[in-house]
Design a protein around this ligand. Structure first.
Ligand SMILES: Cc1cc2nc3c(=O)[nH]c(=O)nc-3n(C[C@H](O)[C@H](O)[C@H](O)COP(=O)(O)O)c2cc1C
Length: 383
């Protein structure tokens, strides 16, 4: 049956991927309280409905950092997207390019930024930075991104620890993947993934690795140990962010800002933007839902910097709600990953087309014909 929405793609992804891999993508941390709340909050936001406006051809595009994009969305950095489909990062980057939105390359991707730039030529690439313990390696990544002409850098600031993903531990799944009987059984039960993804890598480029790790530290993802130098920095402070600001000439966007005071600090250090993000419910289970803190953050810094936001977007109407709450654009994490896990580039492209269509419907039903007309006043309030 043809998938009609992101939830259908999620079901297909669940069938196709080994359980450990699917749950790595899909689930949250600890009690997964936040994961449930994100969807609950998005579902409970209601939009005002106005009638008899000309909504024959709504303009669903947006402009971010001076660039016009097809819908106000950027593909979020997602570590190991390359494992949901062979060459997953390139596939999703091509889908994003053809659709007309940026693709953010993750530090922990399976395919290097150079490879993605070459094989998805013409894609609008951003780069997401996780800071390594060895800051020289981080500087090296910045240089590589600059050499490729990447202009927008997302500095992920909300991952001070490796999060407690208990499902992954129970499934025996982690990154790097540790060989286990449970893991091997899981893979054998999903022969399509085994042959079209894992074996295809092994027979062509070898066991997949974190492509951005320098060769001398690079660890195959099946090996348990990672050199200390390429562990993510345990101590990452505003001074580090200021240092990155000095080094990076393009736009600097700090990802994971959830407090007004932090948004002000980001502005003060000269960041060009922030991502208001509760990391899709994957880090702090007790965090607030990002769309709930977005309005006050927008009011504090929104006229002076770009405010992006993410978490939980599965419908075009969710994007409209984020825009109404103050986002300049959103990041899409799992939505396009589900598409790619189900059908590679085609699946990711279809998810984007579905979201655009749903935005169009939502705009038409609410009586608005462009995002310029969407604001806090678009959100229905009782009384
Ligand atoms: C499988 C997976 C891997 C992720 N890896 C990263 C990462 O390496 N760096 C990062 O900043 N965010 C990462 N994220 C978080 C996303 O960038 C984004 O904030 C989040 O997925 C948004 O929520 P959503 O998936 O509900 O759309 C990851 C998310 C997923 C689902």
């Amino acid at each position: 049956m043809k998938p009609l929405n992101v939830f259908d793609y999620r079901k297909l992804a669940k069938k196709r991927l080994p359980r450990g891999m699917f749950e790595y993508i899909d689930r949250g941390t600890e009690d997964e309280v936040l994961l449930g709340q994100i969807r609950h909050v998005l579902n409970s936001i209601k939009l005002n409905q106005y009638v008899l406006n000309d909504v024959s051809d709504p303009d669903v595009s947006a402009t971010v950092f001076g660039e016009k994009i097809t819908i106000p969305a950027i593909i979020a950095p997602t570590a190991v997207a390359g494992l949901v489909w062979h060459d997953g990062e390139v596939q999703v980057a091509r889908a994003a390019r053809n659709f007309g939105i940026p693709f953010c390359v993750a530090t922990q991707s399976m395919t290097s930024m150079e490879q993605i730039a070459e094989r998805a030529a013409g894609a609008n690439l951003w780069f997401q930075l996780y800071v390594f313990e060895d800051r020289n390696l981080t500087r090296d990544l910045l240089r590589r991104a600059k050499d490729l002409g990447i202009r927008n850098l997302l500095l992920t600031a909300d991952t001070a620890r490796s999060p407690k993903k208990e499902w992954n531990t129970r499934n025996g799944f982690g990154i790097p993947i540790k060989p286990s009987l449970q893991g091997a059984m899981d893979v054998v039960m999903h022969p399509r993934w085994l042959t079209t993804v894992l074996l295809r890598y092994i027979l062509t480029t070898g066991v997949p690795t974190y492509a951005h790790y320098p060769p001398e530290y690079r660890t195959k993802i099946t090996r348990a140990s990672i050199w200390d130098n390429v562990k993510l920095a345990r101590r990452l402070t505003w001074e580090d962010a200021a240092e990155i600001r000095r080094l990076w000439e393009g736009n600097l966007v700090i990802k994971g800002v959830m407090a007004k005071s932090d948004a002000e600090k980001a502005l003060k250090l000269g960041a060009d933007g922030i991502v208001v993000s509760c990391h899709g419910g994957r880090n702090l289970d007790s965090a607030p839902v990002s769309i709930n803190v977005l309005p006050e953050i927008k009011d504090t810094v929104g006229s002076r910097m770009t405010v992006l936001a993410d978490s939980g977007i599965r419908r075009g109407s969710d994007i409209v709600k984020y825009m109404a709450a103050g986002a300049d654009a959103v990041l899409l994490g799992r939505a396009t990953l589900y598409g790619a896990a189900a059908d590679g580039e085609r699946g990711a492209a279809d998810v984007l087309a579905i979201l655009r269509d749903e935005i169009d419907h939502c705009m038409a039903f609410t009586g608005q014909n462009s995002f310029d007309r969407i604001s806090r006043a678009s959100i229905w309030r009782e009384g």
